[in-house]
Design a protein around this ligand. Structure first.
Ligand code: SF4
Ligand code: SF4
Ligand code: SF4
Length: 334
């Protein structure tokens, strides 16, 4: 791996040069009391000292609503048109390491078997720049799910703030190309020990012990009791950086139309409702169980990885104050 240093006074020029070159920069931006990933027009708009954004930057590669294709009737034939690939690169700048790990999971989900055309065309044009966490809050639990607050997985470049400037690890070829293109902003440096600049996030549960316990948890008798506060709004899933569920909707008339993909969630009652009216997850407790088991059991079985990265968003954002950390600990207690 190669290492570079970008002096504190140069980071601003680097970001502004990225924007001037035509790249889209999606970065954390303060909006009232929360921070959101937003497209920025200059470095001054970026919040560099935030704990976590309200939503991740997932929509850069998997938008909330996207056109899959348009279609038109031509006699007996139907002609499909795929949307064009984005022309310019997008830089996801300053994402936290848990979100980097989430992008790592998303690429496994969308690209491992039968690569998803729409995800891939965006992912190929996106460069991920991670930022080591120097602090966390009571909702952060990345270390409980095997992720460190300076983890580089899912990032093309990784920044760590030091007293000398931002220390940069060049992780992928994509990252290397970007650094070469803007080489005048960087200095060569040696590898450093990042520990001193990295937040100390306490473990909230032991994921190996959970793995053993959760495999037999489908018929756990406390699902109903622990899910009672949930009113099925889906905020947890919509703010989750690893949730991948979507619905397909058509908007069409007699001559043509468009097919869209829109985020969906297992928290909603209609999610598994069959056309017959039968619903295999009739009760909210069954839907809550699905969410927890999907994060901590099903994707482990399917892809060999948990699909919770410990970002804490579902706890911070839940209007019913449900906590996935408390839920996991309740399962551990039996
Ligand atoms: S955000 Fe809270 S209330 Fe809404 S579905 Fe998720 S757990 Fe239930
Ligand atoms: S389940 Fe909650 S804590 Fe885990 S990745 Fe999703 S939003 Fe973050
Ligand atoms: S099944 Fe539920 S928890 Fe799993 S990805 Fe879909 S919405 Fe998220």
């Amino acid at each position: 791996m190669e290492y570079k240093l970008i002096k504190l006074e140069k980071i601003q020029d680097f970001i502004n040069a990225l924007i001037a070159s035509g790249k889209q920069v999606l970065a954390p931006k303060q909006k009232k009391e929360k921070v959101f990933f937003s497209l920025v027009g200059s470095f001054d708009e970026i919040a560099m000292d935030y704990i976590q954004t309200a939503f991740s930057a997932k929509s850069a590669v998997f938008p909330k609503c996207e056109e899959l294709y348009t279609f038109e009737k031509n006699g007996k034939d139907t002609i499909l048109h795929n949307p064009p690939a984005p022309e310019n690169d997008t830089i996801v700048f300053g994402m936290r390491p848990c979100d980097g790990a989430a992008f790592d999971y998303l690429t496994t989900f969308f690209l491992k078997e039968n690569p998803d055309y729409h995800f891939k065309m965006r992912y190929d044009k996106t460069i991920f720049v991670g930022l080591t966490c120097s602090s966390g809050d009571e909702f952060c639990f990345c270390t409980s799910v095997g992720i460190s607050p300076s983890d580089t997985r899912g990032s093309d470049l990784m920044l760590t703030k030091t007293e000398n400037g931002y220390y940069m690890e060049i992780i992928t070829e994509k990252g290397k190309k970007l650094v070469e293109q803007f080489s005048n902003f960087f200095e060569q440096t040696e590898q450093i020990d990042k520990t001193k600049y990295t937040a100390n996030i306490q473990k909230r549960f032991d994921s190996s012990a959970l793995k053993e316990k959760i495999s037999g948890a489908f018929n756990w008798e406390r699902w109903e009791e622990t899910s009672l506060p949930c009113f099925g709004c889906g905020t947890c899933a919509f703010s989750c950086p690893t949730c991948t569920c979507f619905d397909i909707q058509d908007e069409a008339n007699l001559v043509g139309g468009a097919r869209y993909r829109i985020w969906d969630t297992c928290a909603l009652g209609i999610f598994t409702k069959h056309a017959s009216g039968h619903n295999p997850r009739e009760k909210q407790s069954e839907r809550w169980r699905n969410r927890i088991l999907h994060k901590f059991l099903y994707t482990d079985e399917q892809f060999g990885t948990l699909s919770c990265v410990g970002c804490g968003r579902c706890i911070r954002n839940c209007p019913a104050e449900l906590s996935i950390i408390e839920q996991v600990n309740a399962i551990m207690e039996g």
